[in-house]
Design a binder for this molecule. Structure first.
Ligand code: BEZ
Length: 237
């Protein structure tokens, strides 16, 4: 028998499941994930490689928006299969040399995980072998304060993420939880929300009669929630 070291294989985690646990070294020290983030939202995201242009534009954008995510009680954690020295050198280069779309001297203060063994990337299904067997794709996991995966977004190597959309996802998840509603296509804070479908004829009728609820039909009812009310509920929670 050949003595080939086998990579552990894991089923891909899914929405509604507990975020797989791991410990790792990062540019901000060791982390115990998701335990260290209990009580907070966290976005765990992977990128293919340090010192690559699309990833650089993404890191500069995310780092510039970090405060907006913190205000939503959300921490950012990056990952690639590069080592710590590469991460540190890349982030230093970004800060000292890269000017892009009005962003300069950008300091990345959130942790960037080293994952040379691909242990974490494999646990989270971040490697798509037909895209690249040696790099993580652009995966994004939204994990809630109880450590449950709530949304997963994947982008290929060739397309940088839309960070406004990532923020909208976080706002939508939090608002849906807070108000017990669902969000329609392209929802943003201040837009009408979807009232869950009524369970019986009686409640359906009373819903149709409620002047604060606008029913297009029995299965499609919306109501207004003011932007200020949404923001008050979702900021710092
Ligand atoms: C980039 O971030 O520029 C990149 C990384 C891997 C493959 C293609 C592009």
């Amino acid at each position: 028998m050949e003595n080939i070291e086998k990579q552990e294989t894991y089923p891909m985690p899914r929405i509604g499941e507990k975020a797989p646990a791991f410990t790792a070294k990062t540019t901000q020290g060791d982390i115990d994930f998701p335990k260290d983030y209990e009580g907070k939202w966290v976005i765990l995201f992977s990128h293919p490689a340090d010192f690559t242009p699309v990833c650089t534009s993404e890191f500069m954008t995310f780092a510039t928006m970090e405060q907006e995510f913190k205000e939503l009680n959300c921490e950012l954690v990056g990952l690639s299969v590069d080592g710590l020295f590469s991460h540190i050198a890349w982030l230093r280069t970004i800060k000292e040399k890269i000017e892009y779309k009005g962003m300069k001297n950008v300091e990345v203060n959130f942790p960037l995980i080293e994952d040379i063994s691909m242990n974490v990337a494999n646990k989270y299904g971040m490697i798509s072998p037909n895209e690249s067997a040696t790099q993580a794709v652009r995966a994004v996991f939204f994990i809630d304060p109880k450590g449950i995966i709530r949304t997963i977004v994947y982008y290929p190597l060739s397309l940088g993420r839309n960070f406004d959309e990532l923020k909208r996802i976080l706002q939508g998840l939090k608002a849906a939880d807070e108000f017990g509603v669902a969000m329609p296509a392209d929802w943003r804070p201040g837009d009408d929300v979807i009232v869950p479908t009524a369970g019986s004829c009686g409640t359906a009728q009373s819903r149709m009669d409620d002047k604060d609820i606008d029913c297009k039909d029995w299965f499609f009812c919306t109501k207004k929630i003011a932007k200020e009310e949404v923001m008050e509920k979702i900021l710092k929670k």
